[in-house]
Design a protein. Structure first.
Length: 334
């Protein structure tokens, strides 16, 4: 990956000023109004390009991980940082498509860009988790220092156990993100990419059914689905047709939808026998809903907040991978 990222830096360097302006515009749309971000973005972009050009990928990741840990200790949320990182990657893709000398080089640098984004996101998640764990341990030690705070100590211990369980769950989710992103980032055919993503997500999470659908120019859902062996759909409504059911609601409301018991949901459209609960996460591209990931389970209340967060992260990776695949397909036509 180091050599591929070095090529990426060389391709982007002539477009540095234009890329900076695109990134600033994207951040203005994504983040609340703040102080002038130009100096920070310019330093960050220059440092990133310089590091990658010298093949110092690990040094770049170490710097960003250290900065993220310091920000977490200071109480700053890391979500804006993650949004900024993903925005920079989205802004860089068109410049790479325009300057790559051939299709093979374009595919190579796009895959490297996605892999780098995955490692950056994982570093941010680890920094946040480590800080949460540190705070819980500090609370435990303070509670143990005073005998009269036995009840507080018990609550802290319970919170620590819960945090450890959530940390393990998030570690599993990070593993899922890594597995899916590594596999789908290498698929440069959009139709095959959707099928590959559906198969990987369903098999890894062991859900009854997973569908990856996108809206075409006519507002019709088209896509690919994966079901547990022996599971079949009653119709093709989920993967080809107008946006209805819980998927349609998620697209209309532009927000994830979690249904703990589908029998009690008036929008639920039954097309997979045995489904008891459903989660739908919309796909956003430049602020527009372009599709959704549909998860179904035969267990009631199968989806929690952590599943929503993991689904949104998967959606972000999938949108970038689809965009890259479409760019590659267009470059082959031209």
């Amino acid at each position: 990956m180091t050599e591929s990222l070095r090529k990426l830096a060389v391709l982007l360097q002539p477009h540095r000023d234009a890329l900076l302006e695109e990134w600033l515009r994207a951040l203005h749309e994504l983040l609340p109004p703040n102080a002038d971000m130009r100096p920070f973005c310019a330093r960050t972009l220059d440092a990133c390009l310089a590091r990658l050009a010298r093949g110092e990928v690990e040094e770049l990741l170490l710097e960003e991980s250290t900065a993220a840990a310091e920000a977490a200790r200071a109480g700053a949320g890391l979500h804006p940082v993650a949004l900024a990182v993903r925005a920079l990657e989205r802004c860089a893709a068109p410049f790479l498509a325009a300057s790559a000398p051939d299709r093979e080089t374009l595919a190579e640098v796009l895959v490297a860009l996605e892999a780098l984004g995955l490692r950056r996101a994982s570093a941010l998640l680890r920094a946040q988790e480590e800080e949460w764990t540190r705070r819980l341990i500090d609370a435990q030690e303070r509670a143990a220092a005073a005998e009269e705070k036995v009840l507080e100590l018990g609550r802290s211990l319970a919170a620590l156990h819960k945090a450890e369980a959530r940390s393990q769950r998030r570690a599993d989710q990070i593993g899922l993100l890594h597995s899916v992103a590594q596999r789908v980032a290498q698929v440069l055919d959009p139709e095959r990419l959707m099928q590959e993503a559906a198969d990987l997500i369903r098999s890894t999470l062991n859900h009854t059914y997973v569908a990856v659908v996108v809206l075409d120019d006519g507002g019709v859902l088209v896509g690919r689905w994966a079901g547990r062996p022996g599971v079949g759909r009653r119709s093709a409504g989920r993967a080809q047709g107008l946006a209805r059911g819980v998927i349609g609601r998620a697209i209309r409301k532009r927000a994830p939808q979690v249904v703990g018991d589908v029998a009690a949901d008036h929008d639920y459209h039954a097309d997979v026998a045995g489904t008891a609960s459903e989660m739908v996460v919309p796909l956003f591209d430049d602020g527009e809903v372009v599709g959704a990931i549909d998860f179904q389970s035969e267990r009631k209340e199968a989806f929690e907040l952590d599943d929503v967060a993991a689904g949104e992260a998967l959606a972000d990776f999938l949108v970038v991978a689809l965009r890259n695949a479409r760019l590659f397909a267009q470059s082959r036509i031209s």
